[in-house]
Write a protein that binds this ligand. Sequence first.
Ligand code: 13P
Ligand code: SF4
Length: 319
Amino acid sequence: ADEKAAVKARIKSLLVSQNAVLVAHYYVDGDLQDLALETGGCVSDSLEMARFGRDHAAQTLIVAGVKFMGESAKILSPEKRVLMPDLDATCSLDLGCEADDFAKFCDVHPDRKVVVYANTSAAVKARADWMVTSSCALAIVSHLKAQGEKVLWAPDRHLGRYIQQQTGADMLMWNGACIVHDEFKGLELDLLKAQYPGAKVLVHPESPESVVAQADVVGSTSQLLKAVVELDAPVFIVATDNGILHRMRQLAPTKTLIEAPTAGNSATCKSCAHCPWMAMNALQGVLSCLEAGTGEIQVDEATRVQAHGCIDRMLDFVA
Ligand code: 13P
Ligand code: SF4
């Protein structure tokens, strides 16, 4: 504990002396989330992380999350140094949507607007018309549908299906999935709900259809957090990465939070729904960014300029 306190103190002083700020996602280690908040940084969903990094005056952004989050920060703020605690922290959606294959898919459907989820590489974003996150995907696809546009969607098939069902838009889909959310199980959730009749069910839209169908609230991490705080219920069943429970408990200490069941989830397995790449973020990694400048994100300029367009279009839309 003493060692941890010493590392935190050292990070705090280096953040100040290096004009750096810590931007963290809700799925990373609770110590990192707390540190971000204690030092004037932010803990949020991927949309807010992008906005916060872009608008903050710090010269260095330390992004605790996964690679696409660091890349989005760099794309929006090329003049800033963007560092990550572990550059190997990626995402199954990003890995499952390789840029050349994706470009070929787009090439055969030139009549469609290309809409990509934030969880993709800079090279994939460079091929897209729009980037969306789970907090604004519904609004943006509704807008495109109202304009008579057809959509090519990538890469998350569950989020894509949810948006398609809600909007009725014509969407052609890539077949990707999040390895964490894909594991939530509808049948087991149904049984769990029967044990807690008053519970509200909160679901991230990267989850399978049978899980989304049982949700009281479907939304991004920030939207699920808001629901825990605002909805008048004593018990919540949460179908998203369990890293978010840290902040939920802080903001709603009187409420009972239960993890939604996954395939391997049982009384003895309390941490099945946790992203292995988010878990690579640690205090030591942040310290190494500050002490040794490790984990710097680079995006080649031509790709960056191309990718900037689709992120900016989203940010203008939500502004
Ligand atoms: P949010 O934008 O909802 O924070 O989601 C990011 C993510 O990676 C979910 O798995
Ligand atoms: Fe990607 Fe899923 Fe991890 Fe989010 S939780 S970073 S979508 S693998």
